[in-house]
Design a binder for this molecule. Structure first.
Ligand code: NI
Length: 177
């Protein structure tokens, strides 16, 4: 398993709709394992394929935060929301592609999601709490949508400017190394 570099916003690949996966190939399974390792390494609770530059409908997540609870890595190909609750929830969200920036986002409190797992089997599960927020955030990535797209334009522009600056600094560091 390899930790892959995570794209930082703004990047055109983070703004595109990803393609459906038609076949769970060994390459895609390897990508999913790499994404899990990349997510745990960051550390984060979710990661979508476009964040590592692959334009396929694949996300990984593990929202277990308690160190005493066993990890629960999930791999979701072609995930789709089949039901969303009327009740809504506000969570302070962040994103590995938008480091150190956090903002409140309102979303349905519970969602039922259908997907294909790494063995090719169809799965369906209802998520609530942090899991519900995370899976919606990651599915948004597959549609080229970021959590800052829910914010007021001024706030979004402010965050984007900070990220442009961060990327410039990282490029400079790389050039120096
Ligand atoms: Ni994200």
């Amino acid at each position: 398993m390899t930790v892959r570099p995570i794209l930082i916003h703004p990047d055109p690949r983070l703004k595109k709709r990803c393609d459906e996966v038609s076949d769970i190939t060994p390459e895609l399974r390897e990508l999913a394992d790499d994404m899990l390792q990349t997510m745990y390494d960051a550390p984060g609770i979710g990661l979508a394929a476009p964040q590592v530059g692959v334009m396929s409908r694949l996300l990984v997540m593990d929202c277990v935060k308690d160190a005493d609870t066993a990890p629960r890595p999930l791999i979701l190909f072609n995930p789709r929301i089949v039901w969303a609750s009327e009740e809504r929830n506000v969570y302070e969200e962040g994103c590995l592609s938008i480091p150190d920036q956090y903002a409140d986002v309102e979303r349905p409190a519970e969602v039922r999601v259908a997907w294909i797992d790494e063995t090719g089997a169809e799965r369906e599960e209802q998520f609530d709490g942090l899991w519900a927020t995370c899976v919606q955030h990651e599915i948004d990535h597959l549609d080229g949508k970021l959590f800052i797209d829910y914010l007021k334009p001024l706030r979004r522009q402010m965050i984007t400017r900070k990220m442009v600056k961060l990327k410039r600094e990282r490029e400079r560091e790389k050039a120096r190394a």
